[in-house]
Design a protein around this ligand. Structure first.
Ligand code: ADP
Ligand code: MG
Ligand code: MG
Length: 918
């Protein structure tokens, strides 16, 4: 590695070497600390070791380059100068925090060590300097607690048995001390209590970890730096990255920063806040604080934090002191700063601060996590406030977050009449019900068995992440709105209630006690995560989003911005109507065969089976004639529901034997209706068997071997359209031939279509019948010969499910046997049936688009595979110049947003290119 590479960036004396733009290099925390320094905010001096160092560290057998030591010493000197104190000095010691900082925030996943530099010698200097022995001892015992856990245990790859972790063991000692002296809270412990606790801690550390706690300040510093790098490959960090899709290569930065102290007494405090309410999006300063506390006390849920101001008070917190009333001057300054930050970043921020003896310090700021409803609300508000543009507003909501607005809520009428079992803080939106489980492992197991579960924990920690994921909702007895559970749930938009203090959640006995009521594992409860209410039993849920005015307004903005059309995959008039309510502009896939499944399918299915078991064209035609009115009425209802919009009808696609009944009674009935023997029927059914039906007699192949099947379907479609025209409606059928691999297949089918069209026009005395004919592109050969295929087809619709199947050679129905391991071993980054493989399958699509449009400039192109509602795939389709994407009804809003974002991102790219040229 080049020796000139800069690994250390300082921020001190009102000047930082970094900026907010340098997140990739400095991590989110380091970049934003630099930015805050540069805009003149009070930030304790420090420096950042870059993420590149982390990468270097792992590439080089977990070693640093030797010049790093010099760079760190130099940066430390600068900090010492500004702070007027010296690291490790016995008279005037500087203490620092060593903080992790990945590019994108990973709440609670990475490690931070505070009060580094304290030992039995430096503490005497600090006591002399501050005249506050209690605070100094408190800081030292905290250092031992954090350091032994993070550096000596976790980073050393020691995996203690359940309940034997050093942090826990030290907490037990802390509790013992509290019991001994009758202290209710940590803050009731005296200086002497804490001093003896330090000795107890040190003994315990030696006993449990077999090594003495390091007294040397420099050893502490390097130990902590190493531990932060180490924490990047910690189990929970890896697990979090997998869920969030954060690449392993990114690495973390390390921030070393001079300490400021919130635990110096009642004029000191620490807190966490948001510039707007992250759960609702409401525009007021929102947060929590604790007097005489340090670091993570607020987040850890050790004490119930106080609301930061009066507006933020709730039923539960109205008796607590707000910072606004306790320290009005500091609050005012903080309020001003949060305003300034929001204006500077044009976004809602999450900030961390500490007050040392009445003086305010900013310790962190970052773009705040928010749930879907809050994201939409803030985007709309900020647009109105002219803080952001329309294009920015569109980017402010993650497509998948829209799902949260589409989440169920408890039926209000029923909820009103139901008495509340307990209340907590509303940390994650919507309603959910499920069976109570008490551990993350159980949550995962039960969910795997298809059960709806609610994970109930005293409080959650990062080890619970998989269970939180698997659960419908999360419930905790402790912790505030910034606790781990709340942060994670908010990030995922999952229903969550925290700090339900009247509940005793006991993981050992697997019970929740609430007054005289005892709930056991498996009992059902319902949560209203928007209000924080907990109910016994299951309450009915309703969908609310369609009527949500914020949602409607936001979607309208998306529609103004996007240029790709959004269609839906729907096979019934009901689905079509629903999809239109969600904003669909047509149907991209109507599967004819779906009328043979489900409700009212019995009669048509019987007729279809009869047709399948027919042996001669005459027999088949007779059955098809009977089937005709059913198909026609289905098709007509759907076109009517989509009046004015196109409907793409796919001709019969699945292999026929799929429809042959196995049940003997059904077979006998069919045999009778065909006038043949049971034996004969069985023979015919067996003849339909295929070894590889997915690549067998299906799709267009059926239409070629049995032209009368295509003919019947097309006649049903055209007659339905003709009738609608006569009824003064505007149908626009698009007939789509599936599984095409050669243009000659289309020629054959289109000849049938032309013939039927002429007959229908004549029958209904119509001069024309607006329609299109096209094909699905789902076989690699079709992509490669798309220029020829476009000679016949007026539109292409990519069937990316089959195209992925054929392109990878993965049988869709058999991937369960190997795909999970492919993902685990990172052979593939994601399931290609879920997220379009742009690299391979995408290339096939690109070839098809280019060749197709060479032949036919105005070729209409869409997608109707499952990928049509997956945001990254939608963006890819936009980049290829698609006319539309089509997806299931509930994904239509997501696709509308994804299409709008694709457009905005493209504009941004173009603007950047242009700027570069200049
Ligand atoms: P996380 O990434 O988990 O948020 P942080 O690095 O922000 O971890 O540290 C957690 C908390 O420790 C901070 O919110 C802050 O309260 C406290 N802390 C970190 N550095 C300092 C410091 N230099 N002075 C005082 N408190 C600090
Ligand atoms: Mg933090
Ligand atoms: Mg297909």
């Amino acid at each position: 590695m080049a020796s000139k590479q800069k690994f250390v960036y300082t921020f001190s004396k009102g000047k930082a070497e970094g900026t907010a733009e340098m997140k990739n290099l400095l991590g989110g925390k380091g970049a934003n600390l630099a930015e805050m320094v540069n805009i003149g905010l009070p930030v304790p001096a420090g420096f950042t070791i870059t993420t590149e160092m982390c990468t270097y560290y792992y590439k080089n057998g977990r070693k640093y380059p030797h010049e790093l030591v010099k760079d760190v010493e130099k940066a430390l000197k600068l900090v010492e100068d500004e702070m007027g104190a010296k690291f490790g000095d016995k008279n005037n010691p500087l203490l620092v925090s060593v903080r992790s900082g990945a590019r994108s925030s990973m709440p609670g996943m990475m490690e931070t060590v505070l009060n580094v530099g304290l030992n039995d010698i430096t503490r005497e200097g600090l006591i002399k300097k501050t005249g506050n022995p209690r605070f100094v001892y408190d800081s030292q015992r905290r250092l031992i607690q954090m350091y032994s856990d993070v550096v000596m245990e976790k980073a050393a790859d020691i995996e203690p048995a359940e309940g034997k972790g050093i942090r826990h063991q030290l907490e037990v000692e802390l509790q013992k001390m509290k019991d001994k002296v009758g202290a209710k809270s940590d803050t009731d412990l005296s200086a002497d209590n804490l001093k003896s606790l330090i000795e107890i801690y040190k003994k315990k550390v030696k006993e449990v970890l077999g090594k003495p706690f390091p007294e040397d300040a420099m050893e502490q510093l390097w130990g902590a730096i190493g531990a932060v790098f180490q924490s990047w490959v910690g189990k929970r960090a890896i697990s979090y990255r997998r869920i969030e899709g954060i690449p392993d290569e990114w690495g973390t930065a390390v921030n070393v920063q001079s300490m400021v102290f919130g635990n110096m007494g009642d004029t000191s405090a620490t807190g966490v806040a948001f510039t707007r309410n992250p759960a609702t999006g409401d525009n007021y300063f929102y947060g929590e604080w604790l007097p005489n506390a340090q670091g993570e006390d607020v987040v850890a849920g050790i004490r119930t934090p106080n609301p930061i101001n009066e507006v933020g008070k709730t039923e539960h917190t109205k008796h607590l002191h707000s910072l606004e009333t306790a320290m009005p001057k500091v609050y005012k300054e903080l309020h001003k700063i949060q305003n300034l930050l929001e204006k500077h970043y044009h976004n809602m921020l999450d900030i961390e601060f500490t007050i040392q003896d009445g003086k305010l310090y900013m310790l962190q700021c970052r773009v705040g996590k928010r749930n879907g409803p809050a994201a939409v609300r803030m985007a709309l508000d900020m647009l109105k406030e002219k803080l952001i543009t329309k294009h920015e507003a569109v980017l402010r909501v993650e497509p998948n977050q829209l799902d949260e607005l589409l989440h169920p809520i408890i039926d209000l009428a029923v909820e009103k009449k139901t008495s509340v079992l307990a209340r907590g803080l509303p940390a994650g939106p919507g309603g959910a019900f499920g069976q109570i489980v008490f551990t993350s492992v159980d949550a995962v197991e039960w969910a795997k068995k298809g059960k709806n579960v609610i994970l109930a924990r005293e409080e959650t920690n990062p080890e619970d992440i998989e269970g939180m994921r698997a659960a419908q909702a999360i419930l905790t007895a402790r912790g505030g709105m910034t606790s781990h559970a709340a942060l994670v749930a908010r990030g995922w938009g999952k229903c969550c209630i925290v700090g339900a203090g009247t509940l005793k959640i006991d993981a050992h006995t697997k019970t929740i006690t609430c007054g005289s009521i005892v709930l056991k594992e498996g009992d059902i409860i319902t949560l209203n995560g928007s209000k924080g209410n907990i109910y016994q039993g299951e309450l009915p849920m309703i969908k609310a989003a369609e009527e949500n005015p914020d949602f409607q307004k936001f979607m309208k903005i998306c529609d103004e911005v996007r240029d790709m059309k959004i269609r839906t995959n729907a096979d019934t008039p009901e689905d079509a109507a629903k999809a239109r309510a969600f904003g669909a502009e047509g149907i991209g896939l109507f599967r004819t065969e779906h009328m043979f499944y489900g409700l009212n399918a019995e009669k048509p299915l019987f007729l279809l089976r009869k047709m399948i078991a027919s042996n001669t064209e005459a027999e088949r035609r007779a059955a098809l004639d009977q089937l005709f009115p059913f198909v026609k009425s289905d098709v007509k209802g759907t076109m009517a529901a989509m009046d004015g919009y196109p409907v793409t009808f796919r001709t019969l696609d699945p292999p026929l034997h799929e429809f042959v009944p196995h049940n003997l009674e059904e077979r006998a009935k069919l045999a009778k209706s065909l006038g043949i023997s049971a034996d004969e029927f069985n023979k015919r059914a067996d003849a339909l068997h295929e070894n590889n039906p997915m690549m067998g007699h299906r799709g267009v192949r059926l239409g070629i071997t049995y032209p009368e099947i295509t003919e019947m379907q097309v006649r049903a479609i055209f007659e339905a359209a003709a009738e609608l025209i006569i009824e003064k409606k505007k149908p626009f059928p698009e007939i789509m031939i599936p599984v095409t691999c050669a243009v000659t297949e289309l020629r054959h089918q289109y000849a049938i279509i032309d013939k039927v069209l002429a007959e229908v026009c004549k029958k209904f005395k119509l001069k024309e019948l607006p329609h299109m004919v096209g094909t699905m592109i789902e076989i690699p050969r079709a992509c490669l010969t798309a220029d020829k295929i476009a000679e016949e087809a007026q539109f292409f619709s990519f069937g990316t499910n089959d195209l992925t199947q054929m392109g990878f050679g993965f049988s869709r129905d058999d991937i369960g046997g190997f795909l999970p391991e492919y993902l685990d071993k990172k052979i593939l980054p994601v399931d290609p049936f879920n997220v379009l493989d742009q690299e391979g399958i995408g290339q096939l699509m690109q070839i098809a688009v280019e060749k197709g449009r060479k032949t036919r400039k105005d070729l209409k192109i869409g997608i109707c595979g499952e990928h049509g509602g997956e945001p990254s795939s939608v963006e890819f389709c936009h980049s290829l110049g698609f006319s539309y994407v089509s997806c299931s009804p509930f994904r239509v809003p997501i696709a509308r947003l994804a299409a709008a974002q694709a457009r905005v991102k493209e504009d941004m790219k173009k603007a950047k290119k242009k700027a570069k040229k200049k």
